[in-house]
Design a protein. Structure first.
Length: 180
Protein backbone atom coordinates (compact mmCIF):
# COMPACT_ATOMS: atom_id res chain seq x y z
CA UNK A 1 0.00 0.00 0.00
CA UNK A 2 2.80 2.36 0.97
CA UNK A 3 4.61 1.62 -2.26
CA UNK A 4 1.44 2.22 -4.26
CA UNK A 5 0.99 5.63 -2.62
CA UNK A 6 4.57 6.60 -3.38
CA UNK A 7 4.13 5.66 -7.04
CA UNK A 8 0.93 7.68 -7.24
CA UNK A 9 2.76 10.70 -5.86
CA UNK A 10 5.59 10.35 -8.36
CA UNK A 11 3.09 10.09 -11.21
CA UNK A 12 1.20 13.15 -9.99
CA UNK A 13 4.36 15.25 -9.62
CA UNK A 14 5.57 14.21 -13.08
CA UNK A 15 2.27 15.31 -14.60
CA UNK A 16 2.42 18.64 -12.75
CA UNK A 17 6.01 19.30 -13.78
CA UNK A 18 5.23 18.49 -17.40
CA UNK A 19 2.27 20.86 -17.31
CA UNK A 20 4.35 23.67 -15.78
CA UNK A 21 7.25 23.38 -18.18
CA UNK A 22 5.20 23.15 -21.35
CA UNK A 23 2.47 25.74 -20.83
CA UNK A 24 4.10 29.13 -20.27
CA UNK A 25 7.18 28.80 -22.43
CA UNK A 26 5.75 27.24 -25.55
CA UNK A 27 8.25 27.69 -28.35
CA UNK A 28 6.75 29.80 -31.16
CA UNK A 29 8.34 27.52 -33.75
CA UNK A 30 5.82 24.83 -32.76
CA UNK A 31 3.17 26.78 -34.64
CA UNK A 32 5.18 26.93 -37.87
CA UNK A 33 3.99 24.76 -40.71
CA UNK A 34 6.58 21.94 -41.03
CA UNK A 35 6.10 21.70 -44.80
CA UNK A 36 6.97 25.39 -45.21
CA UNK A 37 9.92 25.07 -42.79
CA UNK A 38 11.22 22.16 -44.87
CA UNK A 39 10.76 24.14 -48.08
CA UNK A 40 12.69 27.10 -46.62
CA UNK A 41 15.48 24.85 -45.35
CA UNK A 42 15.91 23.43 -48.85
CA UNK A 43 16.46 26.91 -50.33
CA UNK A 44 19.81 28.65 -50.32
CA UNK A 45 20.44 31.79 -48.30
CA UNK A 46 21.20 34.46 -50.96
CA UNK A 47 24.53 36.29 -50.69
CA UNK A 48 22.90 39.53 -51.77
CA UNK A 49 19.80 41.01 -50.15
CA UNK A 50 17.70 44.13 -50.76
CA UNK A 51 17.79 46.97 -48.23
CA UNK A 52 14.92 46.38 -45.78
CA UNK A 53 14.00 50.07 -45.33
CA UNK A 54 12.06 52.11 -47.90
CA UNK A 55 13.92 54.91 -49.73
CA UNK A 56 17.34 54.01 -48.28
CA UNK A 57 20.11 53.42 -50.85
CA UNK A 58 23.17 51.23 -50.46
CA UNK A 59 25.52 54.23 -50.51
CA UNK A 60 23.83 55.65 -47.39
CA UNK A 61 24.41 52.50 -45.29
CA UNK A 62 27.02 52.58 -42.54
CA UNK A 63 28.74 49.43 -41.37
CA UNK A 64 27.89 49.50 -37.65
CA UNK A 65 28.83 45.87 -37.04
CA UNK A 66 30.84 45.16 -33.89
CA UNK A 67 30.51 48.67 -32.44
CA UNK A 68 30.50 48.50 -28.65
CA UNK A 69 27.20 48.62 -26.78
CA UNK A 70 26.23 48.74 -23.09
CA UNK A 71 27.60 46.10 -20.68
CA UNK A 72 30.37 44.94 -22.98
CA UNK A 73 28.03 43.77 -25.72
CA UNK A 74 29.09 44.16 -29.33
CA UNK A 75 26.69 45.32 -31.98
CA UNK A 76 25.28 42.26 -33.76
CA UNK A 77 23.73 43.83 -36.81
CA UNK A 78 23.33 46.99 -38.82
CA UNK A 79 21.44 50.14 -37.85
CA UNK A 80 19.62 51.79 -40.73
CA UNK A 81 18.49 55.30 -39.88
CA UNK A 82 15.18 56.47 -41.32
CA UNK A 83 12.24 58.64 -40.21
CA UNK A 84 9.71 57.09 -37.83
CA UNK A 85 7.03 55.19 -39.70
CA UNK A 86 9.17 54.38 -42.75
CA UNK A 87 8.18 51.02 -44.18
CA UNK A 88 10.27 47.94 -43.34
CA UNK A 89 10.30 45.05 -45.81
CA UNK A 90 11.39 41.46 -45.44
CA UNK A 91 14.67 40.91 -47.30
CA UNK A 92 13.80 37.25 -47.99
CA UNK A 93 10.79 35.04 -48.26
CA UNK A 94 10.09 33.29 -45.00
CA UNK A 95 7.90 32.51 -42.06
CA UNK A 96 7.01 35.01 -39.36
CA UNK A 97 8.42 33.09 -36.39
CA UNK A 98 8.22 35.41 -33.39
CA UNK A 99 6.60 38.79 -32.75
CA UNK A 100 7.09 39.05 -28.99
CA UNK A 101 8.54 42.26 -27.51
CA UNK A 102 11.90 42.12 -25.75
CA UNK A 103 13.78 44.63 -23.57
CA UNK A 104 16.61 45.38 -26.01
CA UNK A 105 14.81 45.13 -29.33
CA UNK A 106 11.42 46.49 -28.32
CA UNK A 107 8.89 45.63 -31.00
CA UNK A 108 10.57 43.06 -33.23
CA UNK A 109 9.97 40.61 -36.06
CA UNK A 110 11.86 37.32 -36.33
CA UNK A 111 11.67 35.65 -39.73
CA UNK A 112 12.82 32.13 -40.55
CA UNK A 113 14.26 32.51 -44.04
CA UNK A 114 16.01 30.37 -46.68
CA UNK A 115 18.64 27.79 -45.77
CA UNK A 116 17.92 27.90 -42.03
CA UNK A 117 18.74 31.61 -41.78
CA UNK A 118 16.99 33.80 -39.21
CA UNK A 119 16.35 37.52 -39.73
CA UNK A 120 15.81 39.97 -36.90
CA UNK A 121 14.12 43.36 -37.37
CA UNK A 122 14.13 45.45 -34.20
CA UNK A 123 13.13 48.80 -32.61
CA UNK A 124 9.99 48.92 -34.74
CA UNK A 125 7.30 51.52 -34.18
CA UNK A 126 4.79 48.80 -35.00
CA UNK A 127 4.14 45.65 -36.95
CA UNK A 128 2.22 45.61 -40.19
CA UNK A 129 -1.41 45.40 -39.16
CA UNK A 130 -2.62 41.80 -38.92
CA UNK A 131 0.85 40.25 -39.10
CA UNK A 132 0.87 36.91 -37.24
CA UNK A 133 3.30 34.16 -36.32
CA UNK A 134 3.03 31.50 -39.02
CA UNK A 135 2.37 33.95 -41.88
CA UNK A 136 4.45 33.29 -44.99
CA UNK A 137 5.94 36.49 -46.40
CA UNK A 138 7.57 37.11 -49.74
CA UNK A 139 10.80 39.02 -50.31
CA UNK A 140 9.96 42.73 -50.32
CA UNK A 141 6.75 42.33 -48.34
CA UNK A 142 5.84 44.96 -45.74
CA UNK A 143 6.34 43.67 -42.17
CA UNK A 144 6.46 46.84 -40.05
CA UNK A 145 7.53 50.44 -39.54
CA UNK A 146 10.76 52.07 -38.33
CA UNK A 147 10.74 53.31 -34.75
CA UNK A 148 12.92 53.47 -31.63
CA UNK A 149 11.30 50.95 -29.31
CA UNK A 150 13.28 48.94 -26.75
CA UNK A 151 16.73 50.22 -25.78
CA UNK A 152 16.68 52.65 -28.75
CA UNK A 153 14.09 54.89 -27.07
CA UNK A 154 16.68 57.66 -26.47
CA UNK A 155 18.11 57.49 -30.01
CA UNK A 156 16.83 58.53 -33.41
CA UNK A 157 14.43 56.06 -35.04
CA UNK A 158 16.25 53.33 -36.95
CA UNK A 159 15.90 49.74 -38.00
CA UNK A 160 18.25 47.27 -36.35
CA UNK A 161 18.62 44.36 -38.77
CA UNK A 162 20.46 41.14 -37.87
CA UNK A 163 21.23 37.90 -39.71
CA UNK A 164 21.77 34.58 -37.91
CA UNK A 165 22.83 31.62 -40.03
CA UNK A 166 22.66 28.78 -37.49
CA UNK A 167 19.30 29.26 -35.84
CA UNK A 168 17.40 31.87 -33.88
CA UNK A 169 20.04 34.07 -32.25
CA UNK A 170 22.90 31.74 -33.28
CA UNK A 171 25.64 32.15 -35.90
CA UNK A 172 25.44 35.90 -36.23
CA UNK A 173 27.06 37.50 -39.30
CA UNK A 174 27.51 41.07 -40.45
CA UNK A 175 24.53 42.02 -42.66
CA UNK A 176 26.37 44.96 -44.29
CA UNK A 177 28.09 43.01 -47.11
CA UNK A 178 24.76 41.38 -48.02
CA UNK A 179 22.83 44.61 -48.54
CA UNK A 180 23.00 46.02 -52.06
ZN1 LIG B 1 21.45 48.05 -33.72
Amino acid sequence: MRQYLALTWIALITVLLAACSSTPKKSPSIQLNPILVKKLNSLQMPNSLPIPVARVHAAELKDTWGASRSRGRLHEGIDIIAPRGTKVFSVTEGLIADLRKNNLGGKVVWILGPGGSWHYYAHLDGHKRGLKVGNYVQKGQLIGYVGNSGNARHTAPHLHYGIYLQGKGRGVVNPYPYLR
